[in-house]
Write a protein that binds this ligand. Structure first.
Ligand SMILES: [Zn+2]
Length: 423
């Protein structure tokens, strides 16, 4: 009984999400195109018309491609669930593995490989057509292949032991397995924060200590002013993949490091780099990073508790087109994990604006921090250059932006920063 009700609920949310996303995308395209003819007045002196129009065209192309992937992904999701794809896969894996942990792990591996393969043409098109057409792709096809292999190997090396531990807990540790799994998951997240900058990221990029002495002493001066200790300043060869520029922060505790993309360093003046870094340090000093981690832990606890409940409900499986037990007496925990990961986004999409809201608040606070500790005008000119280089639109549809953007629109941030400059 519940099974049909859950199928209907699932399909309704799926349709609603797809409708809302298409509506947002088409609003966005219309909004960007209607502002394509002229640079917004407040940027007229800073951004040439050609750059503004490139940003508009890039945004429209990306949004249209996004609509296509949305459609295909929805079809794939229905194929896996209600049309029986996962059920078929589980029977095949069961025949090969003969059940037990081999089956559980095998099912997850088979599913991960299959969905990776289905995604591959889209990743390829994004890099070698979309990004290429706008001059952003700097990646060779050999590098694309190498990244794919490295990702697969690293993903397996990290993911398989983790999944094995979680599956073992699900099977052996009783009703409260989800609580133990949460401790494992949280510990794993913390471990990744240490391992990512030091072990994993170097598999993909080269990190060299910042060599420019005058820039270095400028940055060290800033760190001293705001009271921030870091293990090091690094330059990353982002230019081997993309012309987009960025700066970020990684690690925690004594492991903190600041990473600049070489593409960013080559474009910004030293005082602009200092202002961008001050914004990043703001996130740290204002405890945004700790808050984000705490939030992530709280949300994952709630979701794991939910999964603890769902995995014992027959309708959760049958409502999504699979058998709850692969054979009598044999649980289907691997399947429960897959179903949960597949369907969770369908039920949470509409809450997107809530998370964007808090991240935008943090962005304004970090901008204000940067304006206080450096010159706000330098951050404004850095932002203008970064928006231009990344061909980000200056005129997004406000509703689309509220759903998807972690950062407030450039025009809003810059208006706010200009207020900080005005006496
Ligand atoms: Zn920020």
């Amino acid at each position: 009984m519940y099974s049909h009700a859950f199928s209907i609920l699932f399909v309704s949310f799926l349709a609603l999400t797809l409708l809302v996303r298409f509506w947002l995308a088409s609003r966005h395209i219309r909004h960007v195109l209607s502002h394509r003819a002229a640079v917004p007045a407040e940027f007229a002196e800073k951004i040439p018309l050609a750059a503004h129009q490139k940003a508009a065209d890039y945004t429209v192309a990306k949004t249209k491609f996004g609509m296509l992937t949305m459609l295909v992904n929805t079809a794939i999701l229905i194929g896996f669930t209600l049309l029986g794809g996962l059920q078929w896969l589980s029977v095949e894996v069961y025949k090969l593995s003969g059940g037990g942990m081999g089956y559980q792990l095998g099912l997850i591996v088979a599913f991960a490989l299959l969905s990776g393969l289905l995604e591959l043409p889209f990743d390829y098109y994004r890099q070698f057509n979309l990004e290429q057409d706008f001059g952003f792709n700097k990646m060779s096809k050999a590098l694309f292949l190498k990244d794919l292999l490295t990702n697969t190997v690293v993903g397996a090396a990290i993911g398989l032991p983790l999944v094995w531990v979680v599956l073992t807990l699900m099977e052996k540790s009783g009703e409260l397995w989800w609580l133990y799994a949460w401790f494992v998951w949280s510990g794993f997240q913390l471990l990744m924060m240490v391992l990512f900058p030091t072990v994993i990221a170097p598999l993909f990029n080269k990190f060299t200590p910042l060599a420019d002495e005058s820039l270095k002493s400028r940055i060290e001066g800033l760190m001293q002013r705001v009271g921030f200790a870091s293990k090091g300043l690094f330059v990353m060869d982002g230019s081997k993949r993309s012309a987009h520029g960025n700066a970020y922060f990684s690690g925690f505790g004594a492991n903190k490091r600041i990473v600049f993309f070489d593409t960013l360093l080559s474009r910004l003046a030293p005082q602009e780099i200092e202002a961008v870094l001050a914004h990043e340090l703001g996130h740290f000093k204002l405890k945004h990073i700790i808050k984000r981690i705490a939030m992530m832990f709280a949300v994952s606890l709630a979701f794991l508790a939910l999964l603890g409940f769902l995995k014992n409900q027959v309708w959760f499986f049958t409502g999504l087109g699979v058998a709850p037990l692969i054979v009598p007496g044999q649980s289907n925990d691997g399947m429960a994990l897959i179903l949960f990961m597949l369907t969770l986004p369908v039920f949470t999409f509409l809450f997107g604006p809530l998370t964007s809201l808090s991240s935008r608040k943090h962005e304004f606070e970090a901008d204000a921090f940067a304006a206080h500790h450096t010159d706000a005008r330098d951050l404004v000119s850095a932002l203008v250059k970064m928006y231009e280089d990344n061909a980000s639109t200056l005129t997004p549809d406000p509703l689309h932006s509220a759903f998807y953007d972690s950062h407030p629109p450039a025009s809003v941030r810059i208006r706010q920063l200009n207020l900080a400059v005005a006496p």
